[in-house]
Design a protein around this ligand. Structure first.
Ligand code: B12
Ligand code: SF4
Ligand code: SF4
Length: 358
């Protein structure tokens, strides 16, 4: 199959995928532009305890070291389930949840959706080109997804470190696959449209954006609430506000997200519970009481949220985060809940938060 035919197949395929916003491809072979930045980021410890970021740096910055047979890489963006600024428990036109969860996590785990999209493409590819080699990624493997997507023309690297597009903002996730065919596409990186804006740098509550586009995970609420297991220093947790999983603040304030947010919210108002989503807005816990019931031992956390990204944090870390958010929003813990949690929980970080609660 020729490169032109595969490009046509890709175009027709992606056009028929409802959640895919955009796609692009890069011919491999040239050294990637940002290898030094990644090495500096890791050597300065800006990756906190994400030790996987220390490994396989050569492969991360040069895809052909990772997949020697690859001649091209295809990237696509998948729209997040809800726009920025919505809390779980929202209903059309009304934002009612007490605690905030990153928009990408308020729905089905994007890894599953991306893999389904890639399953379908692989099937179609194998029909027309049975010997074609195909290797997918979606947060798996040492792949520098944002940089590759930028090279493929899906957007530019914003000062908030996310990939941003003029049409879609940054409310999307990335995935893609390597192919052993050179798709013969000259790299078409987007220009930078941040201009003189610095809204994200000003809005980050923890000053985690230490320079434009440069994030220190040690200070990022997303890192602490999703990735970090165990204790969280009080100096950090007191800045989380009512965030219990992830953080969208530096994206929510971005002017390029304004129109996509309005468009997406208008669509959701018509179909508040899209068919592929595991939970309707009303199924999400809203109040601290709802969260505590769900997150206590045997409360059904795993079965209720099993299709969402929240499982990644685990029950105890999420409970720790809810207690932090309660304290930050001046909610007290009732004596009944204190008795229950003190009897049931032995996790050090949860116990620590219980001790700090009034
Ligand atoms: C590790 C990781 C994290 C870490 C670290 C974040 C980070 N900025 O690296 C933590 C846990 C904090 C995190 C948070 C989030 N993540 Co994350 N994360 C990743 C992961 C697995 C690797 C990213 C990576 O390679 N980081 C290494 C650093 C060096 O890369 P970088 O920040 O892109 O660095 C560039 C610039 O900062 C600059 N730079 C760095 N240092 C220096 C130094 C100098 C001097 C200069 C000039 C420049 C410079 O150059 C680098 C190369 O271009 C990717 C998936 C993947 N495999 O790519 C998802 C990914 C980047 N995350 C994603 C998402 C959605 C998020 C969150 C929005 C989740 C949330 N709502 O809470 C936040 C956003 C935080 C933010 N503002 O970036 C999406 C991004 C989608 C998008 N539109 O951009 C990805 C691609 C996952 C996916 N498959 O969709 N994430
Ligand atoms: S995700 Fe939140 S904490 Fe992290 S850089 Fe953005 S605003 Fe700051
Ligand atoms: S808020 Fe402003 S500076 Fe930050 S990413 Fe958006 S446009 Fe760029």
């Amino acid at each position: 199959m020729t490169a032109a035919n595969i490009r046509l197949l890709l175009a027709e395929f992606f056009a028929a995928q409802p959640r895919v916003l955009d796609w692009g491809c890069v011919s491999l072979g040239n050294p990637p532009p940002n290898a030094d930045n990644l090495a500096a980021w890791v050597h300065q410890g800006l990756h906190a305890d994400l030790t996987y970021m220390e490994q396989r740096l050569d492969e991360r910055t040069d895809p052909q070291t990772f997949v020697p047979w690859a001649k091209s890489v295809v990237l696509f963006s998948l729209r997040q389930p809800v726009p920025f600024g919505m809390s779980p428990g929202w209903s059309a036109g009304m934002d009612t949840g007490d605690f905030r969860i990153a928009a990408y996590a308020q729905g089905k785990d994007y890894h599953r959706i991306c893999h389904r999209v890639m399953d379908r493409f692989e099937e179609q590819l194998k029909v027309v080109s049975p010997d074609a080699k195909f290797l997918r990624f979606c947060d798996t493997g040492p792949v520098f997804e944002r940089d590759l997507a930028a090279e493929a023309g899906l957007g530019w690297r914003g000062k908030n470190a996310t990939l941003l597009s003029r049409t879609h903002g940054s409310g999307f996730l990335l995935a893609g696959f390597f192919l052993d065919v050179d798709l013969e596409t000259p790299a078409a990186p987007s220009a930078d449209f941040c201009g003189g804006c610095s809204a994200c740098l000003d809005a980050c509550p923890t000053d985690a954006l230490v320079a434009p586009g440069r994030l220190d995970a040690n200070k990022c609420i997303s890192y602490w609430t999703i990735e970090h297991k165990g204790s969280i220093p009080e100096s950090m947790s007191s800045q989380f506000g009512n965030l219990i999983y992830g953080c969208d603040i530096c994206q929510d304030v971005c002017p390029w997200n304004h129109k996509p947010k309005q468009r997406h919210a208008a669509e959701l108002a018509k179909t508040p519970h899209p068919a592929d989503e595991p939970l309707a807005p009303g199924d999400w816990p809203r109040s601290s009481e709802d969260w505590l019931k769900l997150l206590r031992k045997g409360g059904g956390f795993r079965s209720k949220l099993r299709h969402t990204p929240l499982l990644r944090a685990g029950r105890q870390s999420l409970l720790r985060n809810v207690l932090i958010a309660m304290r930050n929003t001046k909610e007290t813990l009732s004596p009944e809940w204190r008795t229950i949690l003190e009897a049931e929980e032995d996790d050090v970080a949860v116990r620590e938060q219980l001790d700090r609660m009034t």
